[in-house]
Design a binder for this molecule. Structure first.
Ligand SMILES: Nc1ncnc2c1ncn2[C@@H]1O[C@H](COP(=O)(O)OP(=O)(O)O)[C@@H](O)[C@H]1O
Ligand SMILES: [Mg+2]
Length: 484
């Protein structure tokens, strides 16, 4: 307010004399009018000056507010040229007002976010505001900063949009806390998952240990019994040959007596009739043959039991897989026979030519046993006695097929023509303790243990092919040699 123009406000006296010349009179009127005009202009000017002062102090107040704000307050033209920059903008972005004013706003935007600016301008031109848009901006030193942007269009008197004012709030600290929290949550989730997995693993191991313990106990029992039976059976078998020889000798001697003494003493004749000697001699030989067959069979069973119960054998051995399957079938013989409520189950074998296979015999036999038992269960379960007379029900059959694959793997497929496995059961088939059988009948361990034995112990695969109503096939594939 240094040099205000000074206007005179003087009321000039109007002379009473009327004989002055007309031009003077007119000049006086003009001066008066001019004076009046000047007075009005002065009033308007003073009014403007007052408004200007008010505006100025409002501007100062606003500037003080803007400068004391913790948020960066920036304004720019619609072309993106920065036209105002407050103290917090200096602090947040690191640029002094002198160095940034007149520069383009993209100076603050990281390269990977440059596409945001045209979208923002587009919205501003439509008169829209942008509220708390969370994004990332770049400081002078190149470091990135998380900010929340609120941008409003700036309009001129006529309402044309001429630029934008933006408030940028530094949310780095909040974002860092959020990230830390998310990180901690993810870590916690991971740890929970790890623990759950460890628990599952523990349960599985525990179950395996229990089962292995049971099996090895059973194996030892079976091996012991087989061993104990083996001695006396060999005993009988060995003596049967002698018995046969002696009986043949005695019969020959009897024959000689009959030849040389055709008319024996009446007591001898009577005893001969009583014991029906002719029938006896004939039957005695049949009897001996049948005893021999029986003993032979016992020997076979004992061999199977011993073969099957090789649970305790810790090392791998090269074995004939077919022997293992056959021993398992011998042990299951009683379950394959016809019973009052179910017909006989036929076993069809298509054995290929297999080399010896390196494996843990006892464990592999356990797998055959588990699969065959399940097949028998399914066949018994699927059989309805009421339908037994009708032709519709196919005879229950288990088919075992073996073959050599690419000279280095064997494939053993065991299938049944039972009820098949529905999709929802198949999903859980190999899970420990999963069973669809009533309590007491199923443990749900057979398939999970078999899976472990084939996959982990023999580096092979055990898969199940089945559809409801179409039977089931389990396929085992294992390498001939275990390269460890
Ligand atoms: N051959 C099969 N036919 C139909 N279902 C089968 C067959 N084999 C296995 N399953 C299904 O898989 C389940 C799990 O088998 P497993 O682990 O041996 O346990 P368990 O025999 O004690 O139930 C069985 O309860 C049965 O539902
Ligand atoms: Mg089972």
């Amino acid at each position: 307010m240094t040099s205000q123009p000074q206007f005179l406000s003087v009321n000039l006296p109007i002379p009473l004399v009327t004989n002055s010349d007309a031009s003077e009179q007119q000049e006086l009127i003009r001066l008066r009018q001019e004076n009046e005009q000047l007075r009005r202009e002065l009033a308007t000017y003073q009014q403007h000056q007052l408004e200007w002062q008010q505006l100025e102090s409002a501007r100062f107040r606003l500037a003080a507010i803007v400068d004391s704000s913790n948020d960066a307050i920036i304004s720019k033209t619609l072309d993106g040229i920065i036209v105002s920059w407050n103290a917090s903008a200096e602090r947040i972005y690191g640029y002094q007002a002198e160095e940034i004013l007149g520069k383009h706003i993209t100076l603050l935007i990281p390269d990977n976010r440059l596409d945001e600016e045209p979208k923002i301008i587009e919205r501003l031109k439509r008169g829209e505001c942008i509220d708390h848009f969370e994004t990332v901006r770049k400081r002078k030193d190149g470091t990135l900063i998380d900010i929340s942007l609120t941008i409003s269009p700036v309009k001129d008197r006529e309402g044309n949009i001429i630029g934008a004012s933006k408030i940028a709030r530094d949310i780095s600290a909040q974002q860092a806390i959020l990230r830390d929290r998310q990180h901690a949550e993810a870590k916690l989730q991971q740890r929970t998952q790890d623990l759950e997995q460890a628990l599952q693993e523990l349960k599985r191991t525990q179950m395996q240990m229990i089962q292995a313990e049971k099996l090895s106990g059973l194996g030892q029992l079976v091996a012991g019994v087989a061993h104990e039976i083996n001695n006396p059976v060999n005993f009988i078998y060995g003596n049967l040959t002698h018995t046969n020889d002696y009986i043949q000798d005695l019969l020959r001697l009897l024959h000689l007596y009959q030849q040389h003494y055709p008319t024996p003493h009446p007591d001898i004749q009577q005893a001969t009739d009583t014991i029906e000697l002719e029938f006896l001699t004939e039957d005695l030989q049949k009897l001996l043959r049948s005893m021999q067959v029986g003993v032979h069979r016992i020997q076979g069973i004992v061999a199977s039991l011993r073969n099957f119960s090789r649970m305790d054998e810790a090392e791998m051995k090269e074995v004939n897989i077919h022997d293992g399957i056959d021993s398992t079938l011998v042990i299951l013989q009683h379950r394959l026979k016809a019973k009052p409520n179910s017909p006989q189950i036929d076993v069809i074998k298509h054995y290929g030519k297999l080399p010896l296979v390196e494996c843990y015999t006892g464990q592999l036999n356990q797998v055959f046993m588990n699969i065959l038992c399940n097949a028998i269960d399914a066949l018994e379960d699927g059989f309805q006695p009421s339908n037994s007379q009708t032709e519709l029900q196919p005879a229950p059959v288990i088919t075992i097929r073996t073959e050599l694959l690419h000279h280095d793997r064997v494939r053993i497929a065991i299938s049944d023509n039972g009820r098949g496995i529905p999709e929802h059961v198949k999903k859980h088939l190999f899970n420990p303790f999963f069973t669809t059988k009533p309590i007491g009948k199923g443990t749900g361990l057979g398939m999970s243990i078999s899976y472990e034995i084939i996959h982990k112990k023999h580096h092979g695969s055990l898969t199940c092919l089945s559809a409801l109503g179409q039977g089931t096939e389990f396929v085992i594939e294992i390498p001939i040699h275990q390269t460890l």
